[in-house]
Design a protein around this ligand. Sequence first.
Ligand SMILES: [Zn+2]
Length: 209
Amino acid sequence: MSEASKAKASNKAYEFMMETYGPPPRGLNEETGEGEKADWWMARLGHLYGFSRWLGDQEGPAKAEVEPKRPDQPPVFCGEPPSGDFRDSFSAASTLCQVTCAPCGRTHFVTGEMAQGTYETGELEELEAEAALRPEWFVREDQFDDISFAYVGGRTVVLDCPCNWLRTWETFIRQAERPVASFLRKRAKEERALAASKVELAKKLEEAT
Ligand SMILES: [Zn+2]
């Protein structure tokens, strides 16, 4: 652990403890975070499973100092693609040049006639050169002029990516159909009640003016 990452971890821990437990008892060293104060911290940290796991994560060089190791092959999350119905349930955007599928890291790019004009100068050549070096990380689209993607759970997902990540969502929803439906019904009921109370409030305000 480098000095910089130690200091960073120590600051984070200090902020966390101040927020959670307030300042340490009088007489303990406020400045150094060493000795008795550290013991005081640790005694309270012992039962906080999440935080002790966080401390465990701080071992070794700080995360920013190491380049994350990229696997040799991009992942495939499921052996089959999502069904057409599920795929089409997402309101998709599309691009004429390139987009990277966040769950797997594959870059999809189009080379069709319409796409040619949308790349910056040299961008397509660069992509092709990279794709020649690491073909497994690129999906080259010669037939179609655009690539459909959607934002799912805050991530950019290429709908027809061979990683089939969307299928994992579909499988989950299918397997949990009853609880998902029941939850959505409850949500709808709450939303309706909330909307009704807003209408009621608006009426009262109108009557009062
Ligand atoms: Zn993918």
